[in-house]
Design a protein around this ligand. Structure first.
Ligand code: ADP
Length: 522
């Protein structure tokens, strides 16, 4: 019966290995998909930032175009532009040929004394930059760029940021325009509404200043409270020095969503694996139990054939001898009749057991309950068996309870149950002939026990002896005839009486089987 173990491992192996390979490939392809999706999403966010940069560039180009407006002199245009835009603290126009500066300041600014000095110093430093910008302009490309390394001027707001571009006035005189901006106003005025438009409840956008990466960023404008600790995409804002744009999704970040999705997929795969394994184990178990039942059934058929053949052969042999009239002594004849009677009794008992079993299996077994007295029933059965005890040289002691015990019982079923227990006690007495049948009260139960001093039953076997077709493996059972049905019938009878059958046994010390009936109160 140990043979199925290897196929169990084989089947598990055949299921688990492909499943694990599939899970592994699935997880790997998931990771690739996620990386790709993540990259696409980041590109999308970068595109948003690119469009914002482009927008800022366009807005500044508009300002620079307004300076070269042909309707008015450039200084007038600069004056209008400065006063019309709060974010421009100061606008310097340097005529490139003469190096003359005209300076416009907004009305909330009082230009400090060091202004001209700082301006001159900056222009001295940025000569090559201005030449490059001029070359671009000559090539027809209006380049606007951050005014790097601007030193703050007294009288202006402390936060000063510069933007510079080359521009021709209406008379084609070349100027450099240097915008000194208040960055917070500027971002709010130029980018604020655009950023809100992009936000769309989906992203958080921020513009921040950070001189060096180590310094904490200073937020200039944010659409919603930006979470610096969470992952985001950031790009420099082209037009302002040391200023950055950053974007991050609102709510759960895309990476978080992907991570939790992968985790769920993994859990699902594991759950499926466990389900498949459990399912397979159940199927294997059911196959094994079907095989076992098939084995038991085939044992049963051979046992029954054997059981029927022996008494039939004896009956036939003794009946033939009697028929031929070969026996002269009356005593011998009587003995032969007894044998025929006994063997036909065995056959009846066997056939009754099998018929009962088939009725139980077909759910057709019915019981006729009557109010009876337990001692009386047991005594009658004991008397019926006396001849059998004599034949088998068993000494069966009857110990009845002193008081009558009323029970509701199907007398025929009771006889079958007790007969099975007595038969077994005789069959498995193993040469120790003392048997005891007792009746007694135990709490709310009427009990009838059959006690033998035979081979006993191991604890493991005790769990199965009430199963149909089960016979304990061992020498004693081997040499004793039986079908493995008796105790399963006893169990059915007892359950139908709302009672139970119990066993108390120790190998080598005999067994006690007890039928327990609920008491009827009269
Ligand atoms: P069987 O026809 O084999 O006797 P049963 O259902 O009556 O079938 O019993 C099942 C098994 O329980 C028996 O094969 C036997 O091994 C064991 N058994 C039953 N009664 C006893 C007993 N009194 N002593 C030892 N073993 C017993």
């Amino acid at each position: 019966m140990n043979k199925p173990v290897q196929p169990v491992f084989l089947i598990l192996f055949l299921i688990v290995v492909p499943f694990l390979i599939y899970a592994f490939l699935q997880i790997q392809s998931l990771e690739e998909d996620e990386e790709m999706a993540n990259a696409v999403y980041e590109k999308q966010m970068e595109t948003v930032l690119f469009s914002l940069n482009q927008y800022a560039d366009d807005m500044m180009s508009q300002w620079v175009r307004r300076l070269s407006n042909a309707q008015a002199p450039i200084s007038k245009n600069a004056f209008d532009l400065t006063l019309g835009n709060e974010s421009i603290q100061m606008l310097v126009l340097r005529e490139m040929a003469t190096k003359n500066d005209s300076i416009c300041v907004n009305d909330y600014v009082i230009k400090g004394e060091n202004a001209q000095q700082v301006i001159n110093a900056w222009y001295d430093e940025k000569d090559s930059t201005l030449r490059r910008l001029t070359a671009y302009l000559a090539a027809g490309f209006q380049k606007i760029q951050p005014a790097e390394e601007w030193l703050p001027i007294d009288g202006l707001k402390t936060d000063q940021t510069g933007i510079t571009a080359m521009v021709y006035d209406k008379d084609s005189v070349l100027y450099n325009a240097l915008f000194i901006l208040e960055p917070t106003y500027w971002v709010e005025q130029i980018l604020g509404s655009k950023m809100q438009e992009i936000d769309q409840d989906e992203f958080r956008l921020v513009v921040y200043k950070q001189d060096e990466d180590v310094r904490p960023p200073v937020f200039l404008y944010q659409t919603d409270s930006f979470n610096i600790a969470r992952s985001s995409v950031r790009k420099p804002l082209w037009i302002l020095p040391d200023t950055y744009l950053a974007i991050q999704p609102k709510g759960e970040s895309y990476t978080d969503i992907i991570k939790s999705r992968s985790r769920n997929n993994l859990y699902f795969l594991l759950f499926t694996l466990v389900t498949v394994l459990v399912g397979t184990l159940l199927v294997i178990r059911s196959i094994r139990s079907t095989l076992k039942i098939a084995q038991l059934k085939s044992d049963f058929v051979s046992n029954v054939s054997h059981e029927i053949r022996t008494p039939l052969a004896l009956i036939r042999m003794y009946a033939e001898t009697l028929m031929l009239g070969r026996l002269s002594s009356e005593e011998k004849k009587k003995h032969y009749y007894q044998i025929i009677h006994h063997e036909s009794g065995r056959l009846t008992y066997l056939v009754n057991n099998i018929l009962d079993f088939s009725r139980i299996e077909a759910n057709r077994k019915t019981y006729q309950f009557e109010n009876k007295e337990l001692n009386e029933l047991v005594e009658t059965i004991h008397t019926n068996f006396s001849h059998y005890f004599e034949e088998n040289k068993n000494n069966c002691e009857l110990n009845l309870s002193p008081n009558p015990i009323p029970i509701s019982v199907d007398p025929q079923a009771f006889e079958e149950a007790l007969s099975n227990l007595i038969e077994n006690a005789i069959k498995y007495s193993n040469g120790n002939d003392a048997i005891e049948v007792l009746t007694y009260l135990e709490g709310e139960f009427a009990c009838c026990s059959v006690k033998d001093h035979g081979g006993g039953i191991s604890k493991t076997a005790q769990k199965h002896i009430f199963d149909k077709f089960y016979r304990v493996e061992g020498a004693l059972t081997q040499k004793t005839k039986g079908t493995g049905l008796g105790l399963s019938l006893v169990k059915h009878v007892m359950e139908s009486h709302q009672g139970e059958v119990t066993v108390d046994s120790k190998p080598g010390h005999g067994s006690t089987f007890t039928l327990k009936f609920p008491l009827t109160h009269s």
